[in-house]
Ligand binder design. Structure first.
Ligand code: PLP
Length: 460
């Protein structure tokens, strides 16, 4: 069939006909939202965005300290990324994954080029959960073993396997989940599962605990250990120096694959291309999504080490997705990674964290009774709120709902009133702006955060 102009209003006219009230009404009547009791939410309609800001329909501007779901690493509406999507759409909007495609080939090359040495192949997915599903499948098939060890206080996605890997309450409603997945504690010195007082103790005790866990599980049954290199939604937990090297050594000792979930921590977020680069650790598989193209079109994937890729040279890889390596997503990744290189965005993120966000957050922490801990690197920071600095009791209990969650809701509302969109989770606010945020914008947001923390202080 040849396409002709349809008699209906064009897309532009149709969208122009939807005012804020119409968007809200249609949303309420027809959109089913993630992670929410549908009747209890009232999502803010967003009209447009640019750089580090977005605007609602009433024209109110918000500085985005959340990068949405910590994915807009390049900022909103980067012109080169938008242009690449438009050009690709005009030329070839879709092609199934069994064909080769220039945008896909180039995206894979650019990703492999910034990945650690020896990880040269990319399997594309539509997001992070699917990336983790495929990483554990690859590790299981490569090793011929079935168990996977994952950490508590982690999030790996909402598909069947990835939600089982997840080590926080989001897993509970999906239990019993996938067999063969075992959880262990990772390091978190501020709330140590091992009662450590120093980072060194935490490193040693966490590694000893991992080894003990392996011994009771049987190391020869374990295909992979998966961890978030720097834990994201569960608190921006930067591992103590030497921890990741220790996990790598344990994996090598027992022939276990190390999977680094860099869905949130990768592509500049931690001030390196990949967070593992901070510690010089080379995983067997890296999963990515979010920052690879800032979600302009959904994209994720697995970066595969050569020995694992070789497993599937003569033997079929039993997994795939209709939209694996979608040309629009890959075109946006090519443009985004190229812009990262041209504009020095990874270095900018590292310096913004070291020179502006970190020092300023520590000053702010000293002023507020509700701030228990500040930690992070690059543009990946957590401010942990407590009712009492001595006891470290969280400002809201773990997995709080209803009245228990009100202090954080009041803090978030104080930020929003002042034009700052915060990222809050349990008793923490995460400072996770785009990697492209300027020092002035970061200062502007941190000043608002400082004021809003007065509200949190009233609950101490
Ligand atoms: N892994 C990590 C570390 C994440 O933070 C997320 C999402 O927040 C995922 C995996 C899942 O990614 P997606 O929502 O794209 O499936």
């Amino acid at each position: 069939m040849t396409h002709t102009t349809t008699p209906t209003a064009s897309f532009t006219e149709r969208m122009a006909g939807l005012d804020e009230a119409a968007v809200r009404r249609l949303d309420r009547d027809h959109v089913f939202h993630s992670w929410s009791a549908q009747a209890l939410i009232d999502p803010l309609p967003i009209a447009r965005a640019e750089g580090s800001y977005f605007w609602d329909h009433a024209g109110k501007r918000y500085l985005d300290f959340s990068s949405q779901l910590v994915n807009i690493n390049i900022g909103y509406q980067h012109p080169k990324v938008v242009a690449a999507i438009q050009e690709q759409a005009a030329r070839l909007a879709t092609i199934q994954p069994a064909f080769a495609n220039d945008a896909r080939s180039e995206a894979a090359r650019l990703i492999a080029e910034v990945a650690p040495e020896g990880l040269d192949r990319v399997f594309f997915t539509n997001g992070g959960a699917e990336a983790n599903e495929n990483a554990i499948r690859m590790a299981r098939l490569h090793t011929g073993r079935h168990k996977v060890l994952a950490t508590y206080r982690s999030y790996h996605g909402a598909t069947a396997g990835s939600i089982t890997l997840t080590g926080d309450p989001r897993r509970w409603p999906s239990e019993p989940g996938q067999p063969g997945i075992v959880h262990f504690w990772g390091p978190y010195t501020y709330r140590s599962a091992f009662h450590s007082e120093t980072e060194e103790q935490e490193r040693e005790r966490a590694l000893a605990h991992l080894r003990d866990t392996l011994m009771v599980e049987g190391p020869h049954t374990v295909a992979a250990i998966i961890l978030e290199t720097v834990v994201g939604t569960n608190g921006i937990l930067v591992p103590p120096e030497g921890y990741l090297q220790g996990v790598r050594a344990i994996c090598d000792e027992f022939g276990i694959m190390l999977i680094a979930d860099e869905v949130m921590a990768g592509f500049g977020r931690c001030g390196e291309w990949f967070a593992v680069d901070h510690w010089g650790v080379v995983p067997d598989l890296i999963t990515f999504a979010k920052g690879v193209n800032s979600g302009y079109v959904p994209l994720g994937g697995v970066i595969i080490s050569d020995p694992i890729a070789d497993t599937f040279q003569e033997r079929a890889y039993p997994g795939g997705l209709t939209y694996s390596g979608h040309p629009l997503a890959c075109a946006s990744a090519v443009a985004s990674i190229t812009a990262f290189h041209e504009e020095g965005i990874v270095d900018h993120a590292r310096r913004l964290g070291a020179d502006v966000i970190g020092p300023r957050l520590r000053e702010i922490a000293a002023k507020h009774a509700s701030v228990g801990d500040v930690r992070g690197l690059g543009v990946f920071w957590a401010v942990e709120l407590v009712t009492n600095r001595e006891t470290r009791d969280p400002l809201v209990p773990f997995n709080a709902a209803g009245d228990a969650a009100k202090p954080m809701a009041a803090f978030a509302a104080a930020c929003k009133e002042r034009g700052l969109w915060p990222f809050t989770h349990f008793n923490r606010t995460h400072v996770v702006p785009p990697c492209t945020t300027t020092a002035e914008e970061a200062e502007e947001g941190l000043a608002i955060l400082d004021e809003a923390l007065d509200v949190a202080d009233t609950f101490t």
